[in-house]
Design a protein around this ligand. Structure first.
Ligand SMILES: [Zn+2]
Ligand SMILES: [Zn+2]
Ligand SMILES: [Zn+2]
Length: 311
């Protein structure tokens, strides 16, 4: 018989779904009221990318290793991290969907030369507008895959937390670190979508609907992954750990792809941006304190385990 998702996982996932939807919709409203200048966008991005970077390195990687829990774990995790990183890198290379900074002043912030096609004849602009129909589809496709992969990361970290806890007692915030990273990152993706739709002349209502669907894809994918982990592959720690390592690679790629362009092309507000980046990384470290299970030390010998980290 097909198994259903563990009720404790399901209730947490429902809670996350409500919070994520509310945050995406209200941040879209907020973005309409506050002028998102280039510097403000970059400051938000630095903080959120710092959080994702910290979650990848301080949580997803160690969680993956401890979840697999065999001497081969480190090599398996290294392999899957590379797969995740490359997969997201190639997606970015093909679909160019992850450009959040759409402020009007993005290109004249003390910075670089204008992009080549803007100069002189404007021939490039024509090429751009010809391409833009296809570009829209690429961005939509890329962002959909991006939010689905986030769903995989969320499911894997929730399942890993559950595996570690054994029998959950009451409502535990399973996968809270990954959820927080997704929660704070998604409004940035939402900005990209809103900007595209505003350019296309859509109504605010239609934008809200698309954002809501976009928000729901993540937990729906998480539910599908949790279900298949329970009923198809039997939540083996090898699968869950590999999915965590894959997600670590994805988070590394996404956060650095958001951070690096600013480093390469601009030199304004460097101190502020570094401080918020460190704050984001600090938040990732602080999340260890509220994680439901003790994921960062070897299991005590009393618990049944195949862990070989204790000598
Ligand atoms: Zn952790
Ligand atoms: Zn994104
Ligand atoms: Zn800048």
């Amino acid at each position: 018989m097909v198994q259903s998702i563990d009720p404790s996982l399901l209730s947490v996932l429902l809670f996350y779904t409500v919070v994520l939807s509310a945050v995406i919709l209200s941040s879209a409203k907020l973005a309409g009221m506050v002028v998102l200048t280039h510097t403000r966008t970059q400051l938000i991005m630095s903080f959120v990318s710092g959080l994702m970077l910290g979650i990848a390195i301080f949580h997803l990687l160690p969680h993956a290793i401890y979840t697999i829990g065999t001497p081969a774990a480190v090599d398996i995790v290294a392999g899957w991290t590379m797969v995740g990183l490359l997969a997201m890198f190639l997606l970015l290379r093909v679909f160019h969907f992850h450009h959040h900074d759409l402020a009007d002043d993005a290109h004249d912030a003390h910075c670089v030369e204008q992009p080549e096609q803007d100069s002189e004849t404007g021939i490039g602009e024509h090429e751009d507008s010809k391409k833009s129909n296809l570009a829209w589809v690429g961005v939509a496709f890329g962002l959909t895959l991006h939010t689905m992969v986030d769903g995989v990361a969320l499911a894997a970290s929730m399942q890993a937390d559950l595996l570690f806890m054994g029998e959950p007692t009451g409502f535990a915030l399973l996968g809270i670190g990954v959820f927080l990273a997704i929660l704070l990152h998604k409004p940035l993706d939402g900005l990209t979508i809103s900007a595209l739709m505003i350019t296309a002349g859509t109504s605010a209502k239609a934008r809200g609907l698309v954002l809501l669907v976009f928000a729901l894809i993540c937990p729906l994918t998480a539910a599908a992954v949790l279900w298949s982990l329970e009923s198809i592959v039997d939540s083996s720690s090898l699968y869950v750990g590999s999915a965590l390592a894959f997600s670590a690679g994805v988070f590394l790629c996404i956060s650095l792809s958001d951070l690096l362009p600013e480093v390469h092309f601009h030199s304004h507000d460097r101190v502020k941006m570094t401080v918020v980046l460190l704050l984001g990384i600090g938040l990732a470290l602080a999340i260890s304190a509220v994680e439901p299970a003790h994921r960062h030390a070897p299991k005590p010998a009393s618990m049944q385990s195949s862990l070989l980290y204790e000598h």
